[in-house]
Ligand binder design. Sequence first.
Ligand SMILES: [Fe+2]
Ligand SMILES: [Fe+2]
Length: 390
Amino acid sequence: MLAVVVARDATPIPERGEQTPEFIEREEGGQVVYQFRNKTFRLDKAKARARLNGKRVINGLRSAELNVLPLKYAEAYRIYKQMKANHWEPDVIDMTKDAHQWNTGALSSRERWIIEMGVGYFSSAEGIVGDSVLHVIEDNLTAAELKHASLRHIAEESIHMDSLLHIIGSLNIDLDEVTAKFADIPSIRRKNDYITRHMPELKMGIDLTVTANKQKFAKAIFGITQVMEGTQFYALFAMVLSLHRQNKMTGVGQMFQYTLRDESNHIALGRYILTELIAENPDLWTSSFQDELVEFMREGVVLEKEFVADCLPEDGVGMTRREFLDYVDYNADRRLTSLGLPTLSNVRTNPFPWLDEVIFLRKEKNFFETRVTEYQTGGSVKNSNEDDLI
Ligand SMILES: [Fe+2]
Ligand SMILES: [Fe+2]
């Protein structure tokens, strides 16, 4: 949890995330030398200073080069490295057992419904996130390292969309039937409309020197990364991963496991961009705007609880509906707290502590370690001893 600091106008602003200690900078004559892990970069000092001085989250110098050096937002580069280290490919995940269970009546109708809701909801949600990060967030950012990390975020949403196609194809689900069925589920439509209704204006390009527009931009980042990815994805993830724990639909579960781990980086990146944006533009962080964000999350929580009720009409998959509703509150409050905002509930402990282990077991679930044979055969990994694949 990040502490809050008090700004000059007594409006609390979130404390900026810890800068990575891995990046070392020193001067040598007319050059600035940057050391990141085992790599060294040399830049002309005067040009590096000019680029650094022009860097802003928004309204900074724009460069077509997308050169992240000199790094001003080092944490974004660290998160990019973490995202890259977590890389995975959906279509090599074995779905044989899943297809067998799906087609031989091994699942209850309740369990099948959870998988269908997972495919139905995420088929649209992953696209909404990818499109919004591209046209709303990335387009408006001006600092190269923030754009760079956001582009990786967008690419990961494409991987998530691809994973759904892998599920649909492997289980032989009728694509049109799924699309039609889930477009008509009110709780899904309401969740999607609630996030996207603010987007068209931002996609057109707005003047981000105006405080009210900066707030719209900040609210969009909050909505996509903290409300949608950070709160509205998690209950369904937990349901599918609960099946996985019971040895049911383990291929789907494995993909959701990788996806959930990606989402934790997307949430961290969104929060980092937001805190840097606020630090550079304290005019946007008014108490009424903070209230607006809390209300936005409150609405998101209500919609998510309706959605949970649709996914799990009664207790099932080894957990109670009450636990899932608490899990929604728990996640919403974690996101609010991380930005120094007031919480909405009294749920302070994770009702599903085993899920944290699922997300953070990096080494044991390293995709390339478990898939090394296939990848080396395919010639895809040429530099397997690079430190960031560990
Ligand atoms: Fe995603
Ligand atoms: Fe995401």
